[in-house]
Design a binder for this molecule. Structure first.
Ligand SMILES: N[C@@H](CCC(=O)N[C@@H](CS)C(=O)NCC(=O)O)C(=O)O
Length: 233
């Protein structure tokens, strides 16, 4: 039996972590039987992050490695039917989504002062008062330092929005009038993009960042379609 370790639900999404949702979508698409282990604490995981897949004792951290593992061990192709050129574009879109858009979402949740009370309540609301403030404050400090190191955290909110706007333009152009990024059926790119854009759009405090998605009807329809087709029921 496969076990997928993921974060708990948050902000109305199936997990608070777009990478965990991506892994859920991939496993669901693969048709393999799996169960989930839901926990908020990644400290004992190999990379101190979720998602993590456990397959017959083998521990596979990172959604990208989980994809490789499923494709190699179970001979499943998430990009079936795609040309070499489409596969290359898919790879680039996944990287753009996960290595750029993601960090604007993290900044929006953790770094922007106006959003912090909401994020703290969602992730730490179950803890007793003093402990909550201490632990959440410490984690926030680490996240903000990581954002500075990665680079996104050095930009003002307006600059972040401008950077991400170009990425969203690219995704919208690639989607065009198709149901999914590369045609009729979801592929690996959709499993990465849909959870990320949903995390961006549906953060409860609306902002110029969420408006980048909310203001685009075709993208919003795509996010709904992606949820219906890829998310486990
Ligand atoms: N490259 C990793 C990224 C996973 C990731 O960033 N997970 C976040 C949640 S969305 C996490 O666990 N963060 C905890 C931390 O950074 O301490 C993947 O594709 O799985």
């Amino acid at each position: 039996m496969l076990t997928l370790r993921i974060y708990p639900p948050a902000f109305g999404e199936i997990t608070g972590s777009p990478f965990s949702t991506k892994a859920l979508c991939l496993l669901n698409r693969s048709g393999l039987k799996f169960r989930t282990e839901v926990t908020p604490d990644p400290r004992k995981q190999p990379k101190q992050k979720f998602p993590v897949l456990v397959d017959d004792g083998k521990i596979v951290p990172d959604s990208d490695q989980i994809r490789d593992h499923i494709e190699e061990k179970y001979a499943f192709d998430f990009d079936e039917g795609l040309s070499a050129e489409q596969r290359a574009v898919s790879r680039a879109v996944i990287r753009m989504t996960e290595e750029n858009i993601y960090f604007a979402i993290v900044s929006n949740r953790w770094q922007q002062d106006e959003n912090w009370p909401l994020t703290r309540q969602e992730f730490f609301g179950g803890m007793p008062g003093i402990l909550r403030n201490f632990i959440s404050g410490k984690i926030r400090k680490n996240v903000v330092a990581a954002l500075f190191g990665q680079g996104m955290g050095r930009h003002s909110l307006a600059e972040q929005v401008e950077r991400v706007r170009h990425d969203i333009d690219a995704i919208e152009a690639l989607l065009g009038d198709k149901p999914f990024l590369f045609g009729e059926n979801p592929t690996a790119g959709d499993a990465s993009v849909v959870p990320m854009l949903r995390a961006m759009a549906f953060y409860p405090q609306k902002s110029a960042l969420s408006d980048l998605v909310l203001g685009r009807p075709k993208l919003m329809a795509y996010l709904e379609r992606g949820k219906q087709e890829m998310y486990p029921v």
